[in-house]
Design a protein around this ligand. Structure first.
Ligand SMILES: Nc1nc2c(ncn2[C@@H]2O[C@H](COP(=O)(O)OP(=O)(O)OP(=O)(O)O)[C@@H](O)[C@H]2O)c(=O)[nH]1
Length: 471
Protein backbone atom coordinates (compact mmCIF):
# COMPACT_ATOMS: atom_id res chain seq x y z
CA UNK A 1 0.00 0.00 0.00
CA UNK A 2 1.52 3.33 -0.93
CA UNK A 3 2.52 5.84 1.66
CA UNK A 4 -0.28 8.13 2.64
CA UNK A 5 -2.88 5.96 0.98
CA UNK A 6 -6.05 5.68 3.01
CA UNK A 7 -6.26 2.13 4.38
CA UNK A 8 -9.08 0.16 2.82
CA UNK A 9 -11.54 -2.07 4.59
CA UNK A 10 -9.17 -4.96 5.15
CA UNK A 11 -6.36 -2.70 6.22
CA UNK A 12 -8.59 -1.04 8.79
CA UNK A 13 -10.00 -4.36 9.86
CA UNK A 14 -6.57 -5.81 10.53
CA UNK A 15 -5.24 -2.64 12.08
CA UNK A 16 -2.58 -2.35 9.38
CA UNK A 17 -3.63 0.99 8.02
CA UNK A 18 -1.58 3.08 10.40
CA UNK A 19 1.41 0.82 10.70
CA UNK A 20 4.77 1.97 9.41
CA UNK A 21 5.65 -0.04 6.32
CA UNK A 22 9.19 -1.46 6.35
CA UNK A 23 11.49 1.13 4.84
CA UNK A 24 13.90 -1.45 3.47
CA UNK A 25 11.95 -2.19 0.43
CA UNK A 26 10.37 0.60 -1.40
CA UNK A 27 11.60 -1.18 -4.52
CA UNK A 28 9.77 -4.42 -3.79
CA UNK A 29 6.67 -2.54 -2.73
CA UNK A 30 6.62 -0.63 -5.96
CA UNK A 31 7.17 -3.80 -8.00
CA UNK A 32 4.40 -5.50 -6.09
CA UNK A 33 2.10 -2.55 -6.70
CA UNK A 34 2.83 -2.66 -10.38
CA UNK A 35 2.45 -6.42 -10.54
CA UNK A 36 -0.76 -6.12 -8.57
CA UNK A 37 -2.11 -3.56 -10.97
CA UNK A 38 -1.16 -5.66 -13.97
CA UNK A 39 -2.70 -8.75 -12.47
CA UNK A 40 -5.83 -6.78 -11.79
CA UNK A 41 -6.09 -5.85 -15.44
CA UNK A 42 -5.32 -9.31 -16.76
CA UNK A 43 -7.67 -11.44 -18.80
CA UNK A 44 -11.10 -12.38 -17.56
CA UNK A 45 -10.27 -15.98 -16.90
CA UNK A 46 -7.27 -15.32 -14.73
CA UNK A 47 -9.16 -12.55 -13.02
CA UNK A 48 -12.05 -14.84 -12.23
CA UNK A 49 -9.65 -17.45 -10.88
CA UNK A 50 -7.87 -14.97 -8.66
CA UNK A 51 -11.06 -13.43 -7.37
CA UNK A 52 -12.53 -16.83 -6.68
CA UNK A 53 -9.39 -17.93 -4.83
CA UNK A 54 -9.06 -14.72 -2.90
CA UNK A 55 -12.72 -14.88 -2.00
CA UNK A 56 -12.51 -18.51 -0.90
CA UNK A 57 -9.46 -17.95 1.18
CA UNK A 58 -10.61 -14.83 2.92
CA UNK A 59 -14.37 -15.00 3.12
CA UNK A 60 -14.61 -17.09 6.24
CA UNK A 61 -11.97 -15.01 7.96
CA UNK A 62 -13.54 -11.74 6.87
CA UNK A 63 -16.96 -12.71 8.11
CA UNK A 64 -15.68 -13.87 11.44
CA UNK A 65 -13.38 -10.93 12.09
CA UNK A 66 -15.82 -8.38 10.74
CA UNK A 67 -18.45 -9.72 13.08
CA UNK A 68 -16.03 -9.40 15.98
CA UNK A 69 -14.25 -6.21 15.02
CA UNK A 70 -17.16 -4.01 13.96
CA UNK A 71 -19.19 -3.11 17.02
CA UNK A 72 -22.94 -3.18 16.57
CA UNK A 73 -24.63 0.15 15.85
CA UNK A 74 -25.64 1.66 19.18
CA UNK A 75 -29.38 1.35 19.49
CA UNK A 76 -30.98 4.72 20.17
CA UNK A 77 -33.47 3.29 22.66
CA UNK A 78 -33.28 2.07 25.26
CA UNK A 79 -29.84 3.47 26.21
CA UNK A 80 -27.29 0.90 27.27
CA UNK A 81 -27.08 0.47 31.04
CA UNK A 82 -24.11 2.57 32.22
CA UNK A 83 -22.68 -0.18 34.41
CA UNK A 84 -22.20 -2.55 31.43
CA UNK A 85 -18.52 -2.65 30.46
CA UNK A 86 -17.76 -2.89 26.71
CA UNK A 87 -16.57 -6.33 25.61
CA UNK A 88 -12.76 -6.67 25.39
CA UNK A 89 -11.36 -6.23 21.86
CA UNK A 90 -10.87 -9.56 20.13
CA UNK A 91 -7.21 -10.59 20.00
CA UNK A 92 -7.58 -11.95 16.44
CA UNK A 93 -8.02 -8.44 15.01
CA UNK A 94 -4.29 -7.85 15.42
CA UNK A 95 -3.36 -11.13 13.70
CA UNK A 96 -0.91 -10.27 10.89
CA UNK A 97 -1.56 -11.68 7.44
CA UNK A 98 1.24 -14.25 7.63
CA UNK A 99 -0.43 -15.85 10.63
CA UNK A 100 -3.75 -16.21 8.85
CA UNK A 101 -5.78 -19.29 9.69
CA UNK A 102 -5.73 -22.23 7.29
CA UNK A 103 -7.38 -21.75 3.94
CA UNK A 104 -10.38 -23.91 2.99
CA UNK A 105 -8.06 -25.82 0.65
CA UNK A 106 -5.65 -26.53 3.45
CA UNK A 107 -8.42 -27.67 5.72
CA UNK A 108 -9.83 -29.90 3.00
CA UNK A 109 -6.41 -31.40 2.40
CA UNK A 110 -5.69 -31.87 6.06
CA UNK A 111 -2.74 -29.47 5.94
CA UNK A 112 -2.03 -28.21 9.45
CA UNK A 113 -2.22 -24.46 10.00
CA UNK A 114 1.05 -22.71 9.27
CA UNK A 115 2.91 -21.65 12.41
CA UNK A 116 4.33 -18.13 12.47
CA UNK A 117 7.88 -19.31 13.31
CA UNK A 118 9.66 -21.03 11.73
CA UNK A 119 8.27 -20.44 8.25
CA UNK A 120 7.13 -23.62 6.52
CA UNK A 121 9.39 -24.86 3.75
CA UNK A 122 7.22 -24.19 0.79
CA UNK A 123 6.01 -20.75 1.58
CA UNK A 124 7.71 -17.90 -0.13
CA UNK A 125 10.55 -16.97 2.15
CA UNK A 126 12.72 -13.88 2.03
CA UNK A 127 15.57 -14.71 -0.30
CA UNK A 128 17.70 -11.63 0.09
CA UNK A 129 17.04 -9.53 3.18
CA UNK A 130 13.56 -7.99 3.22
CA UNK A 131 13.41 -7.49 -0.53
CA UNK A 132 11.08 -10.37 -1.24
CA UNK A 133 7.32 -10.14 -1.20
CA UNK A 134 5.59 -12.44 1.30
CA UNK A 135 3.64 -14.28 -1.37
CA UNK A 136 1.96 -13.90 -4.71
CA UNK A 137 -0.10 -10.74 -4.62
CA UNK A 138 -3.29 -12.59 -5.39
CA UNK A 139 -3.08 -14.51 -2.11
CA UNK A 140 -2.80 -11.50 0.15
CA UNK A 141 -5.53 -9.44 1.71
CA UNK A 142 -3.84 -6.28 0.45
CA UNK A 143 -4.29 -7.64 -3.03
CA UNK A 144 -8.00 -8.28 -2.50
CA UNK A 145 -8.34 -4.81 -1.13
CA UNK A 146 -6.45 -3.18 -3.99
CA UNK A 147 -8.42 -5.13 -6.60
CA UNK A 148 -11.65 -3.98 -5.02
CA UNK A 149 -10.45 -0.38 -4.94
CA UNK A 150 -9.19 -0.57 -8.52
CA UNK A 151 -12.54 -2.00 -9.64
CA UNK A 152 -14.40 0.79 -7.86
CA UNK A 153 -12.14 3.45 -9.38
CA UNK A 154 -12.42 2.08 -12.90
CA UNK A 155 -16.21 1.80 -12.55
CA UNK A 156 -16.30 5.46 -11.51
CA UNK A 157 -14.01 6.65 -14.33
CA UNK A 158 -15.61 7.00 -17.76
CA UNK A 159 -13.43 5.21 -20.32
CA UNK A 160 -13.32 8.06 -22.79
CA UNK A 161 -9.60 7.69 -23.46
CA UNK A 162 -8.46 5.33 -26.18
CA UNK A 163 -6.13 2.55 -24.97
CA UNK A 164 -2.44 3.40 -25.28
CA UNK A 165 -0.88 1.97 -28.44
CA UNK A 166 1.00 -1.26 -27.86
CA UNK A 167 4.73 -0.68 -27.48
CA UNK A 168 7.35 -2.56 -29.44
CA UNK A 169 9.66 -4.95 -27.62
CA UNK A 170 12.59 -2.54 -27.33
CA UNK A 171 10.34 0.12 -25.81
CA UNK A 172 8.97 -2.39 -23.31
CA UNK A 173 12.48 -3.63 -22.55
CA UNK A 174 13.75 -0.07 -22.11
CA UNK A 175 10.87 0.90 -19.86
CA UNK A 176 11.22 -2.39 -17.95
CA UNK A 177 14.92 -1.75 -17.43
CA UNK A 178 14.40 1.93 -16.67
CA UNK A 179 15.07 1.62 -12.99
CA UNK A 180 18.34 -0.27 -13.58
CA UNK A 181 19.31 2.14 -16.33
CA UNK A 182 18.45 5.22 -14.26
CA UNK A 183 20.53 3.90 -11.41
CA UNK A 184 23.58 3.50 -13.63
CA UNK A 185 23.25 6.53 -15.88
CA UNK A 186 22.26 8.76 -12.95
CA UNK A 187 25.44 7.65 -11.18
CA UNK A 188 27.51 8.28 -14.30
CA UNK A 189 26.08 11.76 -14.72
CA UNK A 190 26.81 12.67 -11.13
CA UNK A 191 30.39 11.39 -11.38
CA UNK A 192 31.28 13.09 -14.65
CA UNK A 193 31.02 16.65 -13.54
CA UNK A 194 34.56 17.51 -14.66
CA UNK A 195 35.49 17.56 -18.29
CA UNK A 196 38.80 15.72 -18.05
CA UNK A 197 38.97 12.12 -16.94
CA UNK A 198 41.16 11.66 -13.85
CA UNK A 199 41.90 8.87 -11.38
CA UNK A 200 39.36 10.06 -8.77
CA UNK A 201 36.58 10.07 -11.34
CA UNK A 202 37.47 6.55 -12.42
CA UNK A 203 37.34 5.38 -8.80
CA UNK A 204 33.90 6.90 -8.38
CA UNK A 205 32.72 5.33 -11.62
CA UNK A 206 33.94 1.96 -10.38
CA UNK A 207 31.77 2.34 -7.29
CA UNK A 208 28.71 3.25 -9.35
CA UNK A 209 29.09 0.21 -11.59
CA UNK A 210 29.70 -2.20 -8.73
CA UNK A 211 26.65 -0.87 -6.89
CA UNK A 212 24.59 -1.56 -10.00
CA UNK A 213 25.50 -5.27 -9.63
CA UNK A 214 27.39 -5.39 -12.92
CA UNK A 215 30.14 -7.41 -11.27
CA UNK A 216 33.89 -6.92 -10.98
CA UNK A 217 34.90 -8.18 -14.43
CA UNK A 218 32.65 -5.91 -16.44
CA UNK A 219 33.29 -2.98 -14.12
CA UNK A 220 37.05 -3.40 -14.50
CA UNK A 221 36.74 -3.75 -18.27
CA UNK A 222 34.81 -0.47 -18.51
CA UNK A 223 37.16 1.40 -16.19
CA UNK A 224 40.27 0.07 -17.92
CA UNK A 225 38.94 0.92 -21.38
CA UNK A 226 38.29 4.48 -20.26
CA UNK A 227 41.68 4.75 -18.54
CA UNK A 228 43.46 3.52 -21.66
CA UNK A 229 41.56 5.56 -24.23
CA UNK A 230 40.40 8.70 -22.47
CA UNK A 231 42.63 9.44 -19.48
CA UNK A 232 43.26 13.17 -19.06
CA UNK A 233 41.11 13.89 -22.08
CA UNK A 234 37.71 15.44 -22.47
CA UNK A 235 34.88 13.05 -21.75
CA UNK A 236 31.11 13.28 -21.32
CA UNK A 237 28.53 11.05 -19.63
CA UNK A 238 27.40 10.01 -23.08
CA UNK A 239 30.89 8.77 -23.98
CA UNK A 240 30.91 6.69 -20.82
CA UNK A 241 27.47 5.25 -21.59
CA UNK A 242 28.75 4.19 -25.00
CA UNK A 243 31.65 2.30 -23.42
CA UNK A 244 29.26 0.79 -20.86
CA UNK A 245 26.94 -0.42 -23.60
CA UNK A 246 29.87 -1.91 -25.54
CA UNK A 247 31.26 -3.80 -22.57
CA UNK A 248 27.85 -5.07 -21.44
CA UNK A 249 27.21 -6.20 -25.01
CA UNK A 250 30.54 -8.05 -25.07
CA UNK A 251 29.75 -9.82 -21.80
CA UNK A 252 26.26 -10.82 -22.90
CA UNK A 253 26.70 -11.75 -26.55
CA UNK A 254 28.17 -15.21 -25.85
CA UNK A 255 25.25 -16.14 -23.56
CA UNK A 256 22.39 -14.80 -25.66
CA UNK A 257 21.44 -18.17 -27.11
CA UNK A 258 17.92 -19.19 -28.08
CA UNK A 259 16.23 -22.22 -26.61
CA UNK A 260 16.38 -24.70 -29.46
CA UNK A 261 13.75 -27.43 -29.44
CA UNK A 262 15.49 -30.49 -30.80
CA UNK A 263 12.80 -32.30 -32.75
CA UNK A 264 14.78 -35.54 -32.50
CA UNK A 265 13.31 -35.79 -29.00
CA UNK A 266 9.60 -36.43 -28.79
CA UNK A 267 8.75 -35.02 -26.40
CA UNK A 268 11.46 -32.45 -25.85
CA UNK A 269 11.34 -32.35 -22.06
CA UNK A 270 11.87 -29.03 -20.30
CA UNK A 271 12.22 -29.01 -16.53
CA UNK A 272 11.57 -25.65 -14.89
CA UNK A 273 13.38 -25.00 -11.60
CA UNK A 274 13.98 -22.04 -9.31
CA UNK A 275 13.36 -20.51 -5.91
CA UNK A 276 9.88 -19.72 -4.63
CA UNK A 277 8.03 -17.11 -6.61
CA UNK A 278 10.76 -16.63 -9.21
CA UNK A 279 8.23 -16.94 -12.01
CA UNK A 280 8.41 -20.61 -13.04
CA UNK A 281 4.70 -21.21 -13.55
CA UNK A 282 4.12 -17.90 -15.30
CA UNK A 283 7.09 -18.53 -17.57
CA UNK A 284 5.78 -22.00 -18.41
CA UNK A 285 2.47 -20.46 -19.45
CA UNK A 286 4.20 -17.92 -21.66
CA UNK A 287 6.46 -20.57 -23.22
CA UNK A 288 3.50 -22.86 -23.86
CA UNK A 289 1.83 -20.00 -25.67
CA UNK A 290 4.91 -19.37 -27.79
CA UNK A 291 5.41 -23.03 -28.68
CA UNK A 292 1.74 -23.46 -29.53
CA UNK A 293 1.95 -20.37 -31.76
CA UNK A 294 4.89 -22.03 -33.54
CA UNK A 295 2.62 -24.99 -34.27
CA UNK A 296 4.11 -27.37 -31.71
CA UNK A 297 2.03 -29.68 -29.58
CA UNK A 298 2.63 -29.01 -25.92
CA UNK A 299 1.87 -30.84 -22.68
CA UNK A 300 2.30 -29.36 -19.23
CA UNK A 301 3.01 -31.20 -15.96
CA UNK A 302 1.91 -29.59 -12.72
CA UNK A 303 4.95 -30.73 -10.76
CA UNK A 304 4.56 -28.07 -8.07
CA UNK A 305 2.53 -30.53 -6.05
CA UNK A 306 2.95 -28.53 -2.85
CA UNK A 307 0.63 -25.71 -3.78
CA UNK A 308 -2.91 -26.43 -4.92
CA UNK A 309 -2.99 -22.91 -6.35
CA UNK A 310 0.06 -23.62 -8.53
CA UNK A 311 -1.71 -26.64 -10.02
CA UNK A 312 -4.78 -24.55 -10.74
CA UNK A 313 -2.62 -21.76 -12.17
CA UNK A 314 -1.03 -24.22 -14.61
CA UNK A 315 -4.42 -25.66 -15.55
CA UNK A 316 -5.57 -22.18 -16.51
CA UNK A 317 -2.52 -21.77 -18.73
CA UNK A 318 -3.25 -25.20 -20.18
CA UNK A 319 -6.81 -24.16 -21.10
CA UNK A 320 -5.58 -20.90 -22.60
CA UNK A 321 -2.95 -22.54 -24.76
CA UNK A 322 -4.80 -25.76 -25.54
CA UNK A 323 -2.12 -27.81 -23.79
CA UNK A 324 -3.25 -30.81 -21.76
CA UNK A 325 -2.05 -30.68 -18.16
CA UNK A 326 -0.90 -33.73 -16.22
CA UNK A 327 -1.80 -33.09 -12.59
CA UNK A 328 -2.33 -34.94 -9.34
CA UNK A 329 -3.86 -33.76 -6.11
CA UNK A 330 -1.74 -31.41 -4.04
CA UNK A 331 0.66 -33.31 -1.82
CA UNK A 332 1.32 -36.07 -4.39
CA UNK A 333 4.85 -37.21 -5.14
CA UNK A 334 6.43 -34.89 -7.68
CA UNK A 335 8.74 -37.58 -9.12
CA UNK A 336 5.81 -39.89 -9.77
CA UNK A 337 3.97 -37.12 -11.52
CA UNK A 338 7.01 -36.34 -13.69
CA UNK A 339 7.27 -40.04 -14.58
CA UNK A 340 3.59 -40.19 -15.60
CA UNK A 341 3.88 -36.98 -17.59
CA UNK A 342 6.87 -38.11 -19.65
CA UNK A 343 5.22 -41.48 -20.26
CA UNK A 344 1.98 -39.86 -21.39
CA UNK A 345 3.61 -37.14 -23.52
CA UNK A 346 5.64 -39.83 -25.25
CA UNK A 347 2.58 -42.05 -25.82
CA UNK A 348 0.65 -39.10 -27.26
CA UNK A 349 3.55 -37.97 -29.45
CA UNK A 350 3.73 -34.44 -28.03
CA UNK A 351 6.48 -32.16 -29.30
CA UNK A 352 7.24 -30.47 -25.98
CA UNK A 353 6.60 -31.37 -22.36
CA UNK A 354 7.21 -28.64 -19.77
CA UNK A 355 7.41 -29.82 -16.18
CA UNK A 356 6.82 -27.32 -13.38
CA UNK A 357 8.46 -27.90 -10.00
CA UNK A 358 7.85 -26.46 -6.56
CA UNK A 359 9.90 -23.43 -5.66
CA UNK A 360 12.80 -24.23 -3.37
CA UNK A 361 15.58 -22.25 -1.81
CA UNK A 362 18.93 -23.44 -3.08
CA UNK A 363 20.29 -23.89 0.44
CA UNK A 364 17.63 -26.47 1.38
CA UNK A 365 19.55 -29.66 0.87
CA UNK A 366 16.59 -32.03 1.17
CA UNK A 367 14.60 -30.08 -1.40
CA UNK A 368 17.51 -30.02 -3.80
CA UNK A 369 17.81 -33.81 -3.34
CA UNK A 370 14.16 -34.09 -4.27
CA UNK A 371 14.92 -32.24 -7.50
CA UNK A 372 17.72 -34.69 -8.25
CA UNK A 373 15.25 -37.51 -7.69
CA UNK A 374 12.77 -36.01 -10.16
CA UNK A 375 15.53 -35.98 -12.78
CA UNK A 376 16.53 -39.59 -12.02
CA UNK A 377 12.93 -40.73 -12.35
CA UNK A 378 12.40 -38.85 -15.63
CA UNK A 379 15.45 -40.70 -17.01
CA UNK A 380 13.80 -44.03 -16.31
CA UNK A 381 11.39 -43.19 -19.11
CA UNK A 382 13.82 -41.33 -21.36
CA UNK A 383 17.54 -41.56 -20.49
CA UNK A 384 18.26 -38.43 -22.55
CA UNK A 385 15.74 -36.28 -20.66
CA UNK A 386 15.34 -33.64 -19.42
CA UNK A 387 16.58 -31.99 -22.59
CA UNK A 388 16.57 -28.54 -21.03
CA UNK A 389 16.66 -27.56 -17.38
CA UNK A 390 15.68 -23.91 -17.16
CA UNK A 391 16.40 -21.91 -14.04
CA UNK A 392 14.12 -18.92 -13.57
CA UNK A 393 15.84 -16.08 -11.74
CA UNK A 394 13.95 -13.22 -10.18
CA UNK A 395 16.05 -10.15 -11.02
CA UNK A 396 14.94 -8.42 -7.83
CA UNK A 397 16.93 -10.89 -5.73
CA UNK A 398 20.17 -9.21 -6.83
CA UNK A 399 23.42 -10.86 -5.74
CA UNK A 400 21.61 -13.93 -4.37
CA UNK A 401 20.93 -14.92 -7.97
CA UNK A 402 24.63 -15.77 -8.37
CA UNK A 403 24.33 -18.32 -5.59
CA UNK A 404 21.12 -19.71 -7.09
CA UNK A 405 22.82 -20.29 -10.44
CA UNK A 406 25.75 -21.98 -8.76
CA UNK A 407 23.74 -24.39 -6.59
CA UNK A 408 20.91 -25.18 -9.02
CA UNK A 409 23.59 -25.59 -11.70
CA UNK A 410 25.42 -28.21 -9.64
CA UNK A 411 22.39 -30.05 -8.31
CA UNK A 412 19.97 -29.92 -11.23
CA UNK A 413 22.29 -29.54 -14.24
CA UNK A 414 20.82 -26.23 -15.36
CA UNK A 415 21.21 -25.79 -19.12
CA UNK A 416 19.81 -22.29 -19.49
CA UNK A 417 18.47 -19.26 -17.68
CA UNK A 418 15.32 -17.17 -17.77
CA UNK A 419 15.51 -13.89 -15.90
CA UNK A 420 12.13 -12.51 -14.84
CA UNK A 421 10.96 -9.28 -13.19
CA UNK A 422 13.59 -7.05 -14.71
CA UNK A 423 10.84 -4.42 -14.62
CA UNK A 424 10.70 -4.53 -10.84
CA UNK A 425 14.26 -3.69 -9.91
CA UNK A 426 17.23 -1.37 -10.27
CA UNK A 427 19.47 -4.43 -10.07
CA UNK A 428 19.17 -5.71 -13.64
CA UNK A 429 22.95 -5.43 -13.96
CA UNK A 430 23.16 -8.75 -12.13
CA UNK A 431 22.49 -10.51 -15.43
CA UNK A 432 25.84 -9.22 -16.67
CA UNK A 433 27.65 -10.56 -13.60
CA UNK A 434 25.93 -13.94 -14.03
CA UNK A 435 26.85 -14.07 -17.70
CA UNK A 436 30.52 -13.40 -16.98
CA UNK A 437 30.74 -15.82 -14.08
CA UNK A 438 28.86 -18.84 -15.44
CA UNK A 439 28.62 -18.45 -19.21
CA UNK A 440 25.25 -20.26 -19.15
CA UNK A 441 22.87 -19.47 -22.02
CA UNK A 442 20.27 -16.84 -21.22
CA UNK A 443 17.25 -17.86 -23.27
CA UNK A 444 14.54 -15.42 -22.21
CA UNK A 445 14.03 -12.33 -20.12
CA UNK A 446 10.79 -11.05 -18.63
CA UNK A 447 9.84 -7.44 -18.07
CA UNK A 448 6.23 -7.88 -16.98
CA UNK A 449 3.43 -10.33 -16.43
CA UNK A 450 1.90 -10.22 -19.91
CA UNK A 451 2.53 -12.99 -22.42
CA UNK A 452 4.45 -10.58 -24.66
CA UNK A 453 6.62 -9.44 -21.78
CA UNK A 454 8.76 -12.57 -22.02
CA UNK A 455 11.03 -12.51 -25.06
CA UNK A 456 14.13 -14.26 -26.35
CA UNK A 457 17.19 -12.59 -24.91
CA UNK A 458 19.19 -10.28 -27.15
CA UNK A 459 22.48 -8.91 -25.90
CA UNK A 460 22.58 -5.70 -27.95
CA UNK A 461 19.05 -4.67 -26.95
CA UNK A 462 19.74 -5.31 -23.31
CA UNK A 463 23.09 -3.46 -23.44
CA UNK A 464 21.53 -0.44 -25.13
CA UNK A 465 18.55 -0.36 -22.77
CA UNK A 466 20.60 -0.62 -19.60
CA UNK A 467 22.95 2.10 -20.79
CA UNK A 468 19.94 4.33 -21.51
CA UNK A 469 20.68 4.49 -25.24
CA UNK A 470 18.08 4.93 -27.92
CA UNK A 471 17.75 2.03 -30.33
N1 LIG B 1 6.49 -7.73 -12.79
C1 LIG B 1 6.71 -9.00 -13.18
N2 LIG B 1 6.09 -9.99 -12.54
C2 LIG B 1 6.33 -11.25 -12.94
C3 LIG B 1 7.22 -11.56 -14.00
N3 LIG B 1 7.25 -12.91 -14.14
C4 LIG B 1 6.42 -13.43 -13.20
N4 LIG B 1 5.86 -12.43 -12.48
C5 LIG B 1 4.92 -12.55 -11.35
O1 LIG B 1 5.59 -13.15 -10.25
C6 LIG B 1 4.65 -13.84 -9.44
C7 LIG B 1 5.16 -15.24 -9.15
O2 LIG B 1 5.17 -15.98 -10.35
P1 LIG B 1 4.93 -17.56 -10.40
O3 LIG B 1 5.00 -17.95 -11.82
O4 LIG B 1 3.74 -17.95 -9.63
O5 LIG B 1 6.22 -18.04 -9.62
P2 LIG B 1 6.64 -19.55 -9.27
O6 LIG B 1 8.12 -19.59 -9.41
O7 LIG B 1 5.88 -20.52 -10.08
O8 LIG B 1 6.21 -19.62 -7.75
P3 LIG B 1 6.23 -20.92 -6.77
O9 LIG B 1 5.34 -21.92 -7.38
O10 LIG B 1 5.75 -20.40 -5.46
O11 LIG B 1 7.63 -21.34 -6.67
C8 LIG B 1 3.33 -13.81 -10.19
O12 LIG B 1 2.54 -12.79 -9.66
C9 LIG B 1 3.76 -13.47 -11.61
O13 LIG B 1 2.75 -12.84 -12.34
C10 LIG B 1 7.89 -10.45 -14.66
O14 LIG B 1 8.70 -10.59 -15.59
N5 LIG B 1 7.59 -9.19 -14.20
Amino acid sequence: MSEGKKPGFFGRLFGRGNQQQPQADAETEEALKRATHEVATSTEELEAFKERRAAEETQAEIDRIAAEAVPPEPAPEPPAPPEEAPPPPPAEVETPAHEAPPTPEEIAEGVPPAPAEPEPEHRREPVDDASYPPGPPETTLDYVEDVQEAAEESAATPSAEAPAPKQGWFQRLASGLKRSSDQITGGITSVFTKRKLDAATLDELEDVLLQADLGMDTTSAIVETLRRDRFNRDISGEDVRAVLSDEVGKALTPVARPLVIDTAHKPFVILMVGVNGSGKTTTIGKLAQKFAAEGRTVMLAAGDTFRAAAIEQLEIWGRRTGAPVVAKPAGSDASGLAFDAVTRARAEGKDVLIIDTAGRLQNRDELMSELEKIIRVIRKVDPTAPHAVLLTLDATTGQNALNQVEIFGKRAGVTGLVMTKLDGTARGGILVAIARRFGLPVHFIGVGEGVDDLQPFQASDFAAAIAGKEQ
